[in-house]
Structure formats: structure tokens, C-alpha cells
Design a protein around this ligand. Structure first.
Ligand code: FAD
Length: 440
């Protein structure tokens, strides 16, 4: 390829998370020159594994491969990474009124379980063609329709499941948008990447990739002739760009598009919502919970405690808690020390023992206020059905949007982000083919 040809075919990829690196990899496999511009000094974005907290990897961002039929497995196999099924999913407990209730206690929970009830409420609301509303209202209607005596404890747990599943509260979630992305064909089991999730994305960086870390993109000039991005005082020209900026970053407007993005795309960006998540990893002085417990969902705050060492056969008392939705926002506002005290108080109440003096080390990751994430995973409020599809449409055949928020059926996941990167790369390749370029 001569220099002119190279300039005509170069593609910029903005962001080196799962979506950006998947796109870069696919493009390079077809002989397309790629430059990846990443603001952080690492790849992975919302995948972040800590290797210094314990003798095993501890996930501070994405934690599980959800399902045994998702695209992440292709990479895991290709890169020879080790994966194991997460044992905690079979030892789930709910903390309610100072006692632990096994998730397999059918007499105290709705038939089929709490999660199934949420999905049923949403599906029945849509099937009845009722106007879009919040998941909270649909659930109230569903409970009444089935003549259930949903006690107040169920409601608290439904809120916790929403906070973890969607990083939002039931009152914030729209039924139709949520229904669009309720896809159950991927399998229900959760898996951990034994080598750490970060390795999946790190291995996507192939030798020779022009990867510029520490390059926050400030401006993207675009026209039908191509794109020019400005980052770290340098300019980068290309035929087109794959933009994988997180939804919260697009909403904040910290990256300027010149000219501004078309109104319909802007509506899609503003109509979706970035969820909120607050994660703390804590090492305790000694054992804190009974051996049969794998993980605990708490209602105050709305979160889930995990013991990541479980699948590695380690008894190190290292735990993580993921808090989502409005409670994550509230913890953020408290500052790290008070937030840690609050999550430990919540677990103390659940276990019926005071753990306040037992914490040896803690690390906080506030995804909501991380300036390069500005949220956990995106969710769909009332009236936002169809917006993800709109967000994934190319603009003028030069801007190709990817990232979890653009995934129509698997948003908020690593596999959805990977797929979106491949989808955007394929659209770029089609554009080159249509313009008469030959691909390898
Ligand atoms: C706490 C938490 C738990 C999760 N748990 C799971 C889970 O168990 N399983 C699962 O499948 N998914 C999970 N997810 C979701 C998953 O992490 C994301 O859906 C996925 O990683 C998003 O990938 P992405 O490429 O779309 O975005 P990102 O990973 O956010 O990548 C975007 C990149 O753009 C960069 N960037 C931002 N601004 C600029 C700029 N101006 N210039 C250049 N670069 C910029 C960012 O630094 C980032 O690297 C979780 C997420 C969180 C936060």
C-alpha cells in the first residue's frame, strides 16, 4: 500500500475498551491501517482487574462472562485464557431484616424467583400493549394482576436486583426499552476469567497496532471527506472513525464534534441514561461469613457482596461490594471513608456482627464519577425504546458509533461491547468495498 492509499484507508478508533479494541482488531485483520486514541494510560476502559490486592485477580469493573454462548468465549479460546464457572451463583443469599435468606427459599419468594418476576412484569406489560411506563409501575400492576401478596421485603430486593442488573432504580427504568434488551438466549451461567478480565482486552492489542495511550480526544472534525481528531496537542487524519466513547462521555460534551452531531443522533444520546455503580474491594482481618455463603445481596445499600477468591480455592478474607443506582450516587457524595463505613455497616447488619473494626485495606472505584466513563452501564428510561439502534447508525459514512450503549440486545456487557466493535468495523469495511478498495 503506498502512502496515499494508506491515508485514504486509515481508520481512527476512539477509545481502547472492549468495543474499540475489537473494532481495531477486525479492521487490521482485513489489512486496514488503524490508529487507536485512548485517554487513559491503560487499555480496557470499564474492564479493570487489580492484580495487587490478592494472590488472585480482583475485578473492579466488569466481573463475569454472562452466559456460555456469548462472543467473549471466542477470544478466551483464541488467547488460551483460563475461565471457570463462578461458584457463588449457586450459593446466593439475600440479606433481609438481619438474617440471610437463601435465594433457593421458594416459600419466601415469588414463584420462579425475584428476577423472573421482574422479567414477567415487563413482558406482560408489553404484551398487553399498555403505554410505556416505569418498571416500578409495571411490577405493581403485575403483582395486583396475579393477586400476589408481595411483601415489602420483595420490593426491597427487586430494587437491589435492578440496581445490580441495570445500575438504575425501578422508578428510572422504562418498560419498553428494557424489554427490547431482555434477551435470554446467551445462557444463564456466570463465568470468571481466571487470568483476570483485563487479559481479554489486553490480548486484543496485536503487535504493530498504532495504539496511543494518554491521548484524550478533545475534538473530532468530520465531513464526508474524512475525519481529523485532536488529541494531546496532535492531529490525526483518517478516512473515518469508530467512536466508542461511553454514553456518559458523549452526554457530557467533553469531546466536541465539529460540525455538531445530527439532531436525531443527539436525541438518541440524550434519551438513554448512564447507570451508576460504586465498587469497593475490602480485605478484612479474618473470616466474616459462613462457608456456605457465596454472595450476599443487600437492600441497604442496594448492592451485592462477592468473595472473588472462592473460585480460586482461596480463603483470604477479600471481598468486593458493588452498589448500583441511586445508592451508588449517594455513596459517591459521601466521600470514600464514609462510603466504606456505610457499606460495612450494611454488611454488619446483614450478618448480625459488627465488622467496623475489621477492615484492613479498602479500594474504591466510583464509576459514576470517573471522567472517562461517567457511568457504569447504560439503561433505557421511559420513552427510549429504539434509541440504541439509532445510536448505532453510521453518520455520513465517516462516524461509526460502537460501545455497549449501541448494542441493541446486549447493552451493559462486555460481549455486547465486543459485538458492537465488530459491527462498526464491518460497516467500515463495507464502505471501503463499496468505494472500490480491495480488502485482505
Ligand atoms: C462496575 C461494573 C461492573 C460490570 N460488570 C459486568 C459484568 O460482570 N459482565 C459484563 O459483561 N459487563 C459488565 N460491565 C459492563 C462492561 O464493563 C461494559 O459494558 C464494557 O466494558 C464497555 O466497553 P466499551 O468499550 O463500550 O466502553 P469502555 O470500556 O468504557 O471503553 C471506552 C474507552 O474510551 C476511553 N475514553 C473516554 N473518553 C475518551 C476521550 N476523550 N478520548 C479517548 N478515549 C476516551 C475510555 O478511557 C475507555 O477506555 C460492568 C461495568 C461496570 C462499570
Amino acid at each position: 500500500m503506498d502512502e496515499d492509499d494508506e491515508a485514504e484507508r486509515r481508520v481512527l478508533v476512539i477509545g481502547a475498551g472492549a468495543a474499540g479494541l475489537a473494532a481495531a482488531r477486525r479492521l487490521r485483520e482485513h489489512g486496514i491501517p488503524v490508529t487507536v486514541l485512548e485517554a487513559r494510560d491503560r487499555v480496557g476502559g470499564r474492564i479493570l482487574t487489580a492484580y495487587d490486592l490478592a494472590p488472585f485477580p480482583v475485578e473492579l469493573g466488569a466481573e463475569f462472562i454472562h452466559g456460555d454462548r456469548v462472543i467473549t468465549w471466542e477470544l478466551v479460546r483464541r488467547f488460551g485464557l483460563r475461565v471457570f464457572e463462578d461458584p457463588s451463583q449457586y450459593r446466593r443469599f439475600f440479606a433481609l431484616d438481619s438474617r440471610l435468606l437463601s435465594a433457593n427459599a421458594p416459600e419466601e419468594l415469588p414463584a420462579g424467583g425475584l428476577w423472573a418476576a421482574l422479567v414477567a412484569a415487563e413482558e406482560e406489560w408489553v404484551a398487553a400493549r399498555r403505554p410505556d411506563t416505569t418498571l416500578a409501575e409495571a411490577l405493581r400492576w403485575w403483582v395486583e394482576r396475579h393477586g400476589l401478596a408481595a411483601d415489602e421485603r420483595w420490593w426491597r430486593l427487586w430494587q437491589t436486583l435492578a440496581a445490580i442488573g441495570w445500575s438504575a432504580d425501578l422508578e428510572e427504568l422504562g418498560v419498553y426499552g428494557t424489554d427490547e434488551e431482555t434477551y435470554e438466549g446467551d445462557g444463564e451461567r456466570n463465568f470468571r476469567v481466571a487470568d483476570g478480565y483485563s487479559r481479554v482486552v489486553e490480548r486484543l492489542v496485536d503487535q504493530g497496532l498504532d495504539l496511543r495511550l494518554g491521548h484524550p480526544v478533545e475534538r473530532i472534525h468530520w465531513s464526508k471527506w474524512g475525519v481529523v481528531a485532536v488529541a494531546a496537542g496532535e492531529t490525526f487524519e483518517a478516512a473515518c472513525a469508530v467512536v466508542t466513547l461511553p454514553l456518559g462521555v458523549l452526554q457530557a460534551g467533553t469531546v466536541e464534534f465539529d460540525p455538531p452531531l445530527p439532531a436525531s443522533l443527539r436525541q438518541a444520546i440524550d434519551g438513554l441514561r448512564p447507570g451508576r455503580a460504586f465498587r469497593v474491594a475490602l480485605r478484612f482481618r479474618g473470616e466474616i461469613w459462613p462457608e456456605e455463603v457465596g454472595c450476599i445481596f443487600t437492600a441497604e445499600p442496594r448492592g451485592v457482596w462477592e468473595r472473588p477468591g472462592l473460585g480460586y480455592g482461596s480463603r483470604l478474607p477479600l471481598f468486593t461490594v458493588l452498589v448500583g443506582g441511586g445508592d451508588a450516587e449517594r455513596l459517591s457524595s459521601l466521600g470514600a471513608d464514609r462510603a466504606i463505613r456505610e457499606v460495612v455497616a450494611g454488611l454488619s447488619a446483614a450478618l448480625g456482627r459488627d465488622l467496623s473494626g475489621e477492615v484492613v485495606e479498602a479500594r474504591v472505584i466510583d464509576w459514576t464519577h470517573d471522567p472517562l466513563a461517567r457511568g457504569a452501564y447504560s439503561f433505557t428510561p421511559v420513552g427510549s425504546a429504539g434509541l440504541r439502534a439509532r445510536l448505532s447508525e453510521p453518520v455520513c459514512d465517516v462516524l461509526f458509533f460502537a460501545g455497549e450503549a449501541t448494542s441493541t440486545i446486549r447493552p451493559g456487557t462486555v460481549h455486547g461491547a465486543l459485538e458492537s466493535g465488530y459491527r462498526a468495523a464491518d460497516a467500515v469495511l463495507q464502505r471501503f468495498v463499496a468505494a472500490g478498495s480491495s480488502l485482505t
